[in-house]
Write a protein that binds this ligand. Structure first.
Ligand code: PGA
Length: 245
C-alpha cells in the first residue's frame, strides 16, 4: 500500500494569479499527512510560491525533447517552470486532441527522462462501460505504456477517471471505483509486481467534499484527481483533509 494519499488538482483551462494566492495560503495550514499536487495552466506555474506543502504539475507535455514544435512544452521547460509532475493522457486530450495510446506512451517517456513524475490518466467511456468493456479498455491503455516499458511504472502515478464521471456530477460509486482500481493493480502487477504494490492509483471524476471520504476508505484508492472542486479553495481543502488517515 502506498504510504500517503495524493490529492491532485486539475485546474484545466481555469485559474488566475488570485486563485494561486488563496490556494497556496490555505495549503500552508495542511500538515504532511497528505501529498498535494496542483496542476494549473502552464502559464501560471511560475507564479506559485515555492512551498513544501504542495507540488506542481503541468497538464500536458510534448512527446519531443526540444525543437521546432510551435506551441508545445517540453519536459525540460515544464521542470524549469517549477513542476515536478505532469498529467498524460487526460480524457479531454484523448478526445479533443485525438491523442493515441502510442503518443501518450511517448509523452510518459519524455516526462520520466526530464525527471518529472507522469500521472497517466485512463478510463472508459459510458458506451464502453455499457458494453461491459471497461476492463478491456483499461488493460489496453495500460499495456500501451507498460508492456514495452515496465520500468516506467515505478516512476508513475495512475489516475482512473471514468469518462462518464468527469465534470458530470456523477461520480463512480466507491465500490465501482474500488473494483476497477483493484483490477488496475492486478494488471500492473503483470509488468512489475513490486511497483504495482506501491504505485498510487488516484480516482478522478466528480470528486467533491461530500463523496471523497467514502472513496478514500477503499483499499486501492490512493487519492484523487479533482477537477471542478479544486477551483473552490475551501472545498479542495476539505478534500485534502479527508485524505489524511
Ligand atoms: P471533475 O474533473 O472533478 O470536474 O469531474 C476531473 C478531471 O477531469 O480530472
Amino acid at each position: 500500500m502506498p504510504a500517503k494519499k495524493l490529492i491532485a488538482a486539475n485546474w484545466k483551462m481555469n485559474g488566475s494569479r488570485a486563485l494561486i494566492e488563496t490556494v497556496s495560503q490555505q495549503l500552508t495550514t495542511l500538515n504532511s499527512e497528505v501529498d498535494v499536487l496542483i496542476c494549473p495552466p502552464a502559464t501560471l506555474l511560475a507564479y506559485f510560491p515555492v512551498s513544501g506543502h504542495y507540488s506542481l504539475g503541468a497538464q500536458d507535455i510534448s512527446e519531443h525533447a526540444e525543437g521546432a514544435y510551435t506551441g508545445e512544452l517540453s519536459g525540460g521547460l515544464i521542470k524549469e517552470a517549477g513542476a515536478s509532475f505532469v498529467l498524460a493522457g487526460h480524457s479531454e486530450r484523448r478526445q479533443y486532441h485525438a491523442e493515441s495510446d502510442q503518443l501518450i506512451c511517448a509523452k510518459i517517456q519524455q516526462a520520466v527522462t526530464a525527471g518529472l513524475t507522469p500521472v497517466l490518466c485512463i478510463g472508459e467511456t459510458l458506451a464502453e462501460r455499457q458494453q461491459e468493456n471497461t476492463e478491456q479498455v483499461i488493460a489496453k491503455q495500460l499495456a500501451a505504456v507498460y508492456a514495452s516499458h515496465p520500468e516506467l511504472l515505478a516512476k508513475s502515478v495512475i489516475a482512473y477517471e471514468p469518462v462518464w464521471a468527469i465534470g458530470t456530477g456523477e461520480s463512480a460509486s466507491p465500490e465501482q471505483a474500488q473494483e476497477t482500481h483493484a483490477f488496475i493493480r492486478r494488471q500492473l502487477a503483470e509488468y512489475d509486481s513490486k511497483a504495482a504494490v506501491n504505485v498510487r492509483i488516484l480516482y478522478g471524476g466528480s470528486v467533491n467534499a461530500a463523496n471523497c471520504q467514502a472513496l478514500f476508505t477503499q483499499a486501492d484508492i490512493d487519492g484523487a484527481l479533482v477537477g471542478g472542486a479544486s477551483l473552490k479553495p475551501a472545498e479542495f481543502m476539505q478534500i485534502c483533509q479527508s485524505a489524511k488517515d
